[in-house]
Design a protein. Structure first.
Lengths: 196, 306
């Protein structure tokens, strides 16, 4: 199959958009007066967006009845993880410049950083066990490990909400979408146990 | 051979010098007016003198100072004020001073800018969010203005009130803060020679997004204390409740002096990023103005009075 006919290749390019956009803005001087803040924030919001899109795959498959969607979930999840890693790196490097005592103090003392760090650590085992081989090896436990995306997404939303000085509009939009995605799962689970 | 030629232009045809100059002035005036209509921010202010403050600091650029602002009346994003503050009409504008004073008074903004000699002051500005800038303000000390209204013995505090007009300030349509924006100082802080009423920036009139036409600048306090687009100043006996104190009392106190040792509950205040620099620099007590202002707070527990 030609590469351009492969939807996965297109999705891959689409997932690179946030990174290419940052590169283009950096090139044209469009990152504003505080480029470091801009980069960190942008990578953070795209991580959250990526997590929510990943969590949309299952409900979308169920509602549309199109099982093929599942093929894209791993790539979406891994992109979300990559943006999370870049977000963390921009904090450690650009923002704190590897000032470890300050970073440790930040993680312990500031709830929004605690939650962000915890959310990222919860995603690490998911990324590590994303290969087909790992899936086979873990068997039924694979699902149990990957259940961690739920607390990770909740942690990520809290991380955002806690950072904002006053205007909670943006974090609440993310929280609302996450709540909806989780509510659908709970509803289906409840229906299944009742039916079963 | 005829050498003498008739002059091409008769002397009588040449415009008299006085008329010529008058016309020049008229055209210049018309051009200035046209420029005024397009970019009111670049209108001329009365002449000003340079001031010794701010020696050794490199000021941030005009672009940085005017495109990275916290001015929630125009949106909570730092790029919002530059995008949306054009709806603010800084002329005509009246400032009223009232309350515990013998001679309450109102000024038209253009009268005000001519009533007090303007000076340039290059001040550091430290935002509570952990970034800072160096800004060449143009203004006059608040003390001179307050003396004009003759505060009475009951005047212990000064309250500053920003314009409240959702038509001009679209951010006020959302109840993000309790509008209008209010700030407060103790009378001795307000009378301190460092406390400035700014009407300009880089020798030009204050751009809308920086608090046109008139704002407070208190360089040893976090930026939010320096209220923008002020319409009213009240002399009062009790400490005013500022908008931020009302919104999040646990995080924002009345004094809000820059203090690297007292952290904001959600982030450290030990260091700051100067806009335009890569590495963070240590934050200085009272934003580096301790020599001038520390005595205002002698004997006070600044951890409690944050």
């Amino acid at each position: 199959m030609a590469l351009y006919r492969n939807p996965k290749a297109w999705l891959f390019l689409l997932c690179l958009y946030p990174l290419l956009r940052l590169a283009a803005l950096a090139w044209t001087g469009g990152l504003g007066a505080n480029p470091i803040e801009f980069i960190t924030r942008s990578l953070g919001t795209w991580t959250l967006t990526g997590l929510l899109i990943t969590l949309t795959v299952t409900p979308a498959r169920r509602l549309s009845g199109y099982g093929g969607l599942l093929r894209y979930r791993r790539m979406l999840g891994l992109f979300a993880f990559c943006y999370g890693m870049l977000h963390l790196l921009s904090y450690l490097w650009l923002d704190q410049f590897f000032d470890w005592p300050a970073i440790v103090k930040d993680i312990l003392k500031r709830p929004f950083i605690t939650f962000g760090m915890a959310a990222f650590l919860l995603l690490v085992p998911l990324a590590l066990t994303s290969s087909r081989a790992a899936m086979r090896r873990l068997g039924r436990n694979w699902q149990r490990v990957h259940w961690l995306i739920y607390p990770a997404a909740v942690g990520a939303v809290l991380h955002y909400g806690w950072l904002v000085k006053k205007d909670l509009t943006q974090p609440l939009i993310y929280a609302g979408i996450l709540a909806l995605l989780l509510a659908m799962r709970i509803f289906w689970r409840y229906k299944k146990t009742k039916a079963g | 051979m005829l050498i003498k030629q008739a002059p091409d232009i008769q002397p009588s045809e040449i415009t008299a010098e006085a008329v010529y100059r008058e016309r020049r002035r008229f055209l210049g005036g018309a051009a200035a007016l046209a420029a005024l209509a397009v970019t009111p921010a670049q209108a001329a202010l009365p002449p000003y003198k340079k001031n010794a403050y701010g020696g050794g600091e490199t000021a941030n650029t005009w672009d940085e100072i005017t495109h990275y602002n916290n001015f929630y009346e125009f949106g909570t994003d730092k790029t919002d004020p530059a995008k949306y503050a054009h709806s603010l009409k800084p002329r005509p504008w009246t400032l009223a001073i009232e309350g515990a004073c013998r001679k309450p008074k109102s000024w038209d903004i253009d009268v005000l800018t001519r009533a007090f000699p303007l000076e340039e002051r290059i001040y550091r500005l430290r935002c509570v969010e952990g970034w800072s800038m160096v800004i060449p303000w143009l203004g006059f000390p608040l003390a001179g203005l307050l003396k004009q209204v003759e505060p009475t013995g009951n005047a212990k505090y000064v309250e500053f009130i920003t314009l409240h007009d959702p038509q001009q300030m679209p951010g006020q349509r959302q109840a993000i803060l309790d509008w209008p924006y209010r700030e407060g100082l103790r009378l001795d802080e307000a009378m301190h020679p460092l406390t400035l009423m700014a009407v300009g920036l880089y020798g030009r009139e204050l751009p809308n997004q920086n608090g046109a036409p008139l704002r407070l600048v208190v360089p040893w306090k976090y930026g939010f204390k320096s209220a923008k687009s002020i319409v009213k100043i009240r002399l009062v006996e009790q400490p005013p409740i500022s908008s931020w104190m009302k919104a999040v009392p646990r995080e924002y106190g009345f004094y809000s002096n820059v203090n690297p040792e007292v952290d904001h509950p959600r982030w450290s205040q030990a260091r700051e990023r100067r806009i335009g620099e890569f590495l963070k620099r240590p934050t200085l007590m009272f934003n580096g103005y301790g020599e001038q202002v520390a005595q205002l707070y002698s004997g006070m527990d600044l951890r409690k009075n944050f």
